[in-house]
Design a protein around this ligand. Structure first.
Ligand SMILES: [Zn+2]
Length: 242
């Protein structure tokens, strides 16, 4: 996935406009998104600045999946949606530990015990969710898990529509859980969320801030996180025929 930008010193005003307008007005620059979400850049005139993709890992991975769908790579989309879901489970687990005021050093030590085994993470999530919410968590159905394994481990090449359906399921599960988290008493969801997004490097005077398009906990529509997946498909210019 590439992020688009203009030098904030060469184009100080348009920086405030939407990227769609920018694309129409100027030749925008592009950068491959990095793992840490921080992208130092320099324009032709030597102006230095940094582009921050301000997102939790699961949000970035979901956007990457949507871009893969738009570009016609359904296998890669399913792989990114799967990774997004797994990182969201980590987000959930860490948030519960944060609410329980577990020491950061204990959190890291405990996470190491499950870091390399996604089944352990899933088990931890299912267990914590059941204790906290007093109900079973929404999860991928057996059918969807089989589909994911067929794509990831058996080389199955899904159709775009199959990948869209898988993405829709992951999207809806994540949002359902986010809404539960938001409605918890004494929640500090946004504080925790911003602790999981990239930190602004202080050495840069000029910063361009990008937000994820599909899932973004820092943004609500009409006071709700709930946006229909069909609308999200439209943001990414993806046509869907069920
Ligand atoms: Zn410049």
């Amino acid at each position: 996935m590439k992020i688009q930008y203009l030098c904030p010193q060469c184009h100080p005003e348009p920086r405030k406009s939407s990227i769609v307008t920018l694309r129409d007005l100027f030749e925008v620059e592009q950068k491959q998104i990095s793992d840490n979400g921080i992208h130092p850049a320099k324009c032709d005139k030597g102006h230095e600045f940094v582009i921050i993709f301000e997102a939790a890992k699961f949000e970035t991975l979901f956007d990457i999946g949507m871009n893969a769908l738009r570009d016609g790579y359904p296998r890669e989309a399913v792989s990114s949606f799967t990774a997004s879901f797994e990182r969201f489970l980590e987000f959930y687990i860490r948030y519960v530990w944060h609410l329980k005021k577990i020491e950061p050093s204990i959190i890291e030590k405990t996470w190491k015990l499950m870091e390399n085994q996604s089944e352990r993470q899933l088990g931890a999530f299912i267990s914590l969710y059941t204790v906290e919410q007093k109900e079973s968590p929404p999860c991928l159905s057996n059918e969807k898990s089989k589909f994911r394994n067929k794509v990831i481990h058996k080389g199955y090449i899904p159709s775009i529509n199959e990948a869209i359906n898988f993405g829709k399921t992951v999207y809806e599960i994540i949002l359902e859980i986010v809404i539960k988290l938001e409605n918890w008493p004494n929640n500090s969801l946004l504080d925790f969320y911003f602790s999981q997004t990239p930190k602004y490097p202080e050495e840069y005077k000029f910063v361009i801030n990008h937000s994820p398009q599909a899932i973004c906990l820092a943004r609500k529509f009409e006071n709700s996180y709930k946006v229909e997946f069909n609308k999200v498909l439209k943001y990414f210019d993806i046509n869907y025929s069920s």
